[in-house]
Write a new protein. Structure first.
Length: 133
């Protein structure tokens, strides 16, 4: 008789778990992503609002460099070189080769000083670059 009770209990538990397992549960996990840099906390917003907002604005390129002027005005560290081997513009790019001469090194590539007007209310500024690794 004890075996019958145990078997019946196990069957009821098994059937109950099958019934309840078929219900779907939706779990929303909302996490605010932030970056802390130099003692300041910056929030990372991954909403689609920014993408939709930028579609309604004219994109104005304030400054662009294609290195077709032989990197005039740029300050290059010893680990950087102007090259025609691989490029994103017509024929030139800056390259920091991954070889024995640059291994474990830190090298600066500094742009000319730029004067950019202040942003107005609701205006945004974006920086972009091409990276080939």
């Amino acid at each position: 008789m004890k075996g019958f009770v145990k078997l019946t209990t196990i069957c009821i538990m098994l059937l109950s778990s099958i019934v309840f397992a078929s219900e779907k549960a939706e779990i929303k996990l909302e996490v605010d992503a932030t970056i802390i840099y130099d003692g300041k906390e910056f929030s990372i917003n991954q909403s689609n609002d920014q993408n939709n907002f930028s579609n309604h604005r004219e994109e104005i390129i304030l400054w662009e460099e294609d290195f077709e002027n032989n990197a005039e005005g740029w300050t290059t560290g010893s680990g950087w070189q102007l090259t025609t081997d691989e490029y994103n513009s017509e024929t030139h790019s800056m390259n920091s080769p991954n070889n024995a001469s640059t291994s474990n090194g830190t090298f600066n590539l500094l742009s000319p000083t730029l004067s950019i007007a202040e942003l107005g209310d609701g205006e945004t500024m974006n920086f972009g670059f091409h990276l080939y690794c």
